[in-house]
Design a protein around this ligand. Structure first.
Ligand code: MN
Ligand code: MN
Length: 469
């Protein structure tokens, strides 16, 4: 065989792993950049799960979705949502086929790693006022000091009145920060392991330094409480029933001299929320009922009534069957066993600076399209939901037929670490599930990086799945 023939054979037999940007025309690149602008705008309005749900509900309502609790009956083409306590949400577009044949689900999560305030957060020390925090999810604590932080959340009074807080995003607002030791005096700290250099109990937010004008103890704390009382009508006790999150005050921005990337907080997993939600808005009268999940608490194990482990999703699905007038005992289990799902969560992109944690043949790369993980888990796939080869083939077929750039990978080298998503929870109900999301650099940091190419392929990929699975 001569060289030319061998090259042809290679072209035919080898898997092509190439940078997707090369395949796009100038016009298509403009579409990608345009879509990324909408994403960046959404991200800048939605830094917490509550903000994601409220903004996503607005988008859904603008596209004709109705609260399922206000609907009497459902028929083909109807669009409904269920808002679960303002922190998670399920949406559906009713399909032409009976749900007995299964539904097509795409599920992402709206919560991201952050610092939560403790129930008794406010104290004074050394004439400074501080708020104590308890970190949420897997963070590298040193990354959260000396960066601008904003305060988001709700305070609920005993009479039920809910006060929504958002300070630090408007350029006119003050921001907050957690201080760190100067290098001149950090000899001991610098010798510690990275994981131990910053103590969890030292992640205290600096919020004030002016003493109240009176001769009483804790004057700086009193001044802060007096400001909060004037602004929100609350006392220290009201903080007991609050959910306040500290998130990076840096805006989500276009990144790179070529504008090819997005840098921003919380892209795990809001990038999959935005891409799946906007894809769902394009679905009209689908063959099979299209379901979109925006879940909460994924970063801390999906427990509780807004997490994916809760039965609220089953309730939503039962209500769809009830309101179509087709529900029978155990029908929901049948629906699940015939359903298919993309668990839309981000993947670790290969970072050339830290390439030694990835195995290049089985890593996701930024710019090569939507990333599928057949399984996650750690140490011998422990805890993994391992997608069946038959289902992987089906998803491959859908993506290949519709020219969606995809890559199938693992999260890091064997025994280096691992992770999980909501995939196993739905797979345990009997459906076919595979993880399918966007590769990210600096995952779980205050400033995560993604490729606009992958963002757009995820959007196209999700729409294609709902239309063809
Ligand atoms: Mn995630
Ligand atoms: Mn995560």
């Amino acid at each position: 065989m001569d060289k030319k023939q061998a090259e042809e054979l290679k072209e035919k037999l080898f898997q092509k792993k190439e940078n997707g940007w090369k395949l796009k025309t100038q016009e298509e690149k403009q579409q990608i950049f345009e879509y990324a602008r909408g994403y960046i705008d959404y991200m800048n309005k939605s830094k917490t799960e509550r903000e994601i749900i409220s903004n996503s509900q607005k988008i859904a309502e603008e596209h004709g979705f109705q609260n399922i609790e206000t609907c009497q009956n459902l028929k083909v083409g109807d669009k409904v949502y269920y808002n679960n306590r303002g922190k998670s949400m399920y949406l559906a577009v009713i399909g032409k086929q009976s749900m007995e044949n299964g539904v097509n689900i795409i599920g992402a999560h709206a919560d991201s790693p952050r610092l939560d305030l403790k129930p008794n957060p406010l104290y004074e020390d050394g004439e400074f006022a501080y708020l104590k925090t308890h970190y949420y999810g897997g963070i590298k604590k040193y990354q959260w000091t000396t960066i601008p932080l904003s305060i988001h959340g709700v305070i609920v009074k005993t009479n039920g009145e809910k006060i929504t807080i958002n300070i630090g995003e408007d350029p006119q607002d003050p921001i907050f920060t957690i201080t760190d030791l100067l290098p001149h005096l950090a000899q001991d700290q610098m010798k510690k392991k990275l994981a131990e250099a910053i103590d969890g109990e030292d992640l205290n937010l600096l919020v004030g330094s002016i003493p109240f004008d009176a001769d009483v103890p804790e004057k700086v704390k009193l001044n802060i409480l007096s400001i909060l009382n004037e602004k929100y009508g609350i006392t220290e006790n009201d903080l007991l029933s609050s959910e306040i999150e500290l998130v990076p005050a840096m805006p989500c921005r276009s990144m790179g001299l070529d504008n090819s990337m997005v840098a921003g907080y919380g892209q795990d997993d809001k990038i999959c929320v935005y891409t799946s939600l906007t894809a769902l808005m394009n679905i009209e009268n689908p063959e099979k009922t299209a379901i979109c999940i925006i879940s909460d608490k994924e970063e801390i194990g999906s427990m509780g009534n807004t997490g994916m482990e809760s039965h609220v999703f089953d309730y939503f699905m039962s209500e769809i069957l009830n309101k179509q007038g087709i529900n029978t005992p155990n029908l929901l289990e049948k629906v699940y066993c015939h359903s298919k799902m993309l668990s839309a969560d981000v993947d670790a992109g290969l970072d050339p600076i830290y390439a030694n944690v990835s195995e290049k043949n089985n890593a996701s790369f930024l710019g090569r399209g939507i990333g599928l993980n057949k399984y996650t888990g750690a140490r011998g796939k422990s805890g993994a939901s391992d997608a069946n080869a038959e289902f992987v083939a089906e998803v491959r077929n859908i993506f290949e037929t519709n020219n969606i750039c995809y890559q199938i990978s693992e999260l890091g080298k064997v025994d280096v670490g691992g992770g999980g998503t909501i995939a196993y929870i739905l797979a345990n109900k009997g459906m076919d599930v595979i993880d399918c999301g966007v590769p990210v650099l600096s995952m779980h940091s205050p400033y995560e990086v993604t490729s606009k190419f992958d963002l757009y392929e995820a959007y196209r990929g999700y729409e294609t799945f709902w239309k063809n699975a």
